[in-house]
Write a protein that binds this ligand. Structure first.
Ligand code: TXA
Ligand code: MG
Length: 339
């Protein structure tokens, strides 16, 4: 299959309209969003949905998020939406926030991997919004990476993973948030399934202490047990090189990696000059949003350094640090050393 590259820089309207046409005709198109690039298809088209799973090599039991461009579209995908969902939507939509709600029967079960629920998000990225609106269709879209690899925050990452496997890629800018959306289930008591661009602190400003943090957020799921968010059970976001997460001060981190000449360090920019092994700074330890923007690119680049092990300096788990820590835990297959 030939993958069309639609460059926003050489004609915004044309690229948006071409993407919408391909989607209306049952195709698969990778689109930029503020979190990570998504691989989109018409959420009502069973065949197109199947092609998403095939292109990514995604396990059938991992459900997709449906993306909408306005509140009217919410009624096309979910029903019995509780009042608190509207409160949350008012505060966090459009933006990096996904709610799990009751699924309308018009949405094929395969979108939700057979669950009776549907995850819904209204992205704030202008291009994502314009494509959904131009297609006039809610779009199912997982992250546009090969399953298991770090999520793509640059058009180039998508092209590397999915060229020849999907119909088109909208070649836009780098993603501004850099980690995926926060996933909150509202089917029962509000439960955080995946930390993301909207923080726990922000959620609590609306939900107070009613918010339940699912244990899959920070701990390894038990073998064979059902999980609330199927996406959280996989080894995920992982470089090919074995990766370990290090918890501790800058000094302890630098000392640890400097004793291991065959390793590479994914560090904070403030530590860069003190590290003597191969290294990539994934952002500033004083600015967690820069770590969020840089973490997936750093995981992809670290693989090219030619080392036997990658050690990553973990951020603390406040604010967006929780989302970064959650992704790094999976990249490291839950191997954490506290220094
Ligand atoms: O920021 C994002 O959310 C990006 C962009 C493209 O919008 N999308 C994304 O999709 O990260 P994906 O497929 O990589 O992750 C979706 C997550 C998975 O962990 C999945 O298990 C969970 O959402 N999920 C989707 N539908 C669900 C449902 N009905 N119930 C529980 N979890 C669900
Ligand atoms: Mg993903």
């Amino acid at each position: 299959m030939e993958t069309k590259l639609l460059y926003l820089s050489s004609g915004y309207e044309d690229a948006v309209n071409s993407a919408a046409d391909i989607l209306k005709n049952g195709g698969t198109v990778a689109i930029p969003t503020e979190t990570v690039y998504g691989l989109a298809a018409n959420c009502f088209d069973e065949k197109a949905i199947k092609n998403i799973f095939i292109a990514k090599g995604r396990p059938q039991d991992n459900p997709l998020i449906v993306h909408i461009s306005d509140m009217d579209m919410l009624n096309r995908v979910a029903f019995d939406v509780p009042p608190v969902a509207f409160k949350l939507a008012e505060k966090f939509w459009p933006g990096p926030f996904t709610m799990v709600l009751k699924r309308k029967p018009e949405i094929p079960a395969s979108v939700s991997a057979g669950l009776h629920t549907v995850a819904v998000r209204m992205p704030s990225d202008k291009c994502a919004h314009d494509i959904i609106a131009a297609a006039d269709l809610p779009l199912a879209a997982p992250s546009a990476n090969l399953s298991g690899k770090p999520s793509p925050t640059r058009a180039l990452d998508v092209a590397n993973d999915l060229s020849g496997r999907i119909d088109a890629i909208v070649m836009g800018e780098d993603c501004k948030v850099g980690v995926e959306s926060t996933v909150l289930s509202l089917v029962d008591k509000p439960r955080l399934l995946r930390p993301g661009g909207v923080t726990v602190e922000e959620l609590k400003s609306i939900l107070g202490e009613n918010l339940i943090i699912d244990k899959a957020v920070l701990s390894k799921p038990e073998e064979g047990k059902p999980v609330a968010s199927p996406g959280m059970k996989y080894k995920h976001y992982a470089p090919n090189t074995p990766t370990v997460l290090l918890n501790g001060s800058s000094e302890a981190f630098c000392n640890y990696v400097n004793k291991r000449p065959d390793c590479a360090a994914l560090c904070f920019s403030e530590e860069f000059d003190n590290i003597k092994v191969k290294k990539i700074a994934y952002g500033s330890g004083d600015d967690y949003s820069s770590l969020a923007r840089g973490v997936f690119t750093a995981l992809r680049e670290a693989d090219k350094l030619g080392c036997t092990k990658i050690y990553v300096h973990a951020p603390s788990t406040d604010g967006i640090g929780l989302a970064i820590f959650n992704r790094l835990l999976r990249a490291a297959a839950f191997e954490v050393i506290t220094l």
